[in-house]
Design a protein around this ligand. Structure first.
Ligand SMILES: [Zn+2]
Length: 367
């Protein structure tokens, strides 16, 4: 069978190797899909002590059972399986209490045993999990790692989560945090190669420290300006540069506000920045149009978030704002999802340089 062998630093070669028969309790898989893990990339450049020269890597994979060793359940034959690459003793207290990952004699397929960068690979029966045959199933192993990490963090509904590192496991953890109901999940990385694959940019940073016009000094004004305008400006500049270099026909959304159109007595700094964002959006939509990048702004009305929690704790003010809408209620953050998604989706093929007002009719409700 053909195997991909690590033969030196930055050197891998395809070799013809003999496939051993599976030992007792093991099976032979025909490999369907194998993922490439960060540890294997580091081995490729000679920076991983575990993975030595002449080894066959590959420890996240799926395959079809084509041969059974002794004492294996015959029903496993021809089944598609994902594999937990751990090989453990099965006798120690860790193995017997469901903590195989702590077994002191644990070994790994793809490190201590030949891995799945080959046509065939031998694995223990107890490591096989029957799955539907789809390429994504080869991510079962990193998904399990991400899930374990997320569970240890113990997220609760409405929590905010920061995932440092946007590799496979980091991105899977980001997905898991979102799917268990975290309100805001941020994934960060310093690796340009990962950051360059940005298809969609949503500029959402904004603050609104309500204040009397005559009490707003240069420090407060600059703070609001930096968060609300400068961050949008320079992040858009950096990300759109990458989109152009990569030929990505991306989508950029700038979170403006109904306050880009109307005033607020205690928001003279804030409304200034929101008008500025619309001006910026118009111009940058012209700049980026020729590259197929569409730029728009969303203008939420009064949406109940932390930004106006104090202001709306005044019952009278809250009732007044509710009456200003034509739908009779203030907005929830969820109300912004569909309009934002449309503007950044592939469904949007022709809308650019546009402000979408999502305010429950507040703006047009004059009399
Ligand atoms: Zn053990």
């Amino acid at each position: 069978m053909r195997t991909l062998v690590l033969t030196g630093i930055k050197k891998m070669e395809i070799e013809d190797n003999k496939l051993e028969d599976p030992q007792r309790g093991w099976v032979t898989l025909k490999v369907n899909y194998a993922g490439i893990r960060g540890s294997e990339l580091s081995a490729f450049v000679g920076q991983n002590e575990l993975r030595k020269s002449l080894s066959v890597m590959g420890h996240e994979f799926t395959g079809k059972v084509v041969k059974l060793g002794e004492d294996v359940d015959p029903k496993l034959l021809n089944k598609n399986v994902a594999v937990n690459p751990l090989v453990t003793c099965g006798k120690c207290r860790y193995c017997k209490t469901g903590n195989r990952q702590l077994c002191l004699e644990r070994k790994l397929i793809g490190v201590d045993y030949p891995g799945a960068f080959a046509e065939y690979v031998n694995v223990p029966e107890y490591s096989c999990y029957e799955i539907k045959e789809i390429p994504e199933a080869s991510l079962a192993e990193p998904l399990a790692t991400a899930l374990r990490g997320v569970l240890q963090a113990g997220p609760e509904i409405d929590d905010r989560a920061l995932v440092i590192g946007a590799g496979t496991i980091g991105l899977l953890a980001t997905k898991i945090f979102s799917s268990v109901g975290c309100r805001k999940v941020v994934s960060m990385d310093i690796n340009d190669n990962r950051l360059e694959h940005v298809d969609i940019l949503i500029n959402n940073a904004g603050i609104c420290p309500f204040e009397d016009f005559f009490k707003i000094d240069i420090d407060l004004f600059e703070k609001v300006w930096k968060v609300n305008v400068e961050s949008h400006y320079f992040i858009t500049q950096a990300v759109s540069k990458h989109m152009i270099e990569k030929g990505i026909k991306g989508r950029i959304l700038i979170m403006s506000s109904i306050s880009g159109r109307v005033g607020g007595e205690f928001q003279t700094h804030y409304t200034t920045t929101k008008s500025a964002l619309n001006g910026f959006m118009h111009s940058v939509a012209i700049v980026l149009g020729r590259y197929g990048i569409l730029v728009n702004s969303l203008e939420p009305g009064t949406i109940t978030t932390d930004i106006n929690k104090d202001d709306l704790s005044n019952e009278e003010k809250r009732k007044y704002m509710e009456r200003r809408t034509v739908v009779g209620r203030l907005g929830d953050p969820e109300d912004m999802v569909a309009p934002a998604l449309f503007l950044v989706s592939d469904d949007n093929t022709y809308v650019t340089g546009s402000e979408l007002l999502a305010d429950g009719g507040m703006f047009i409700n004059l009399q």
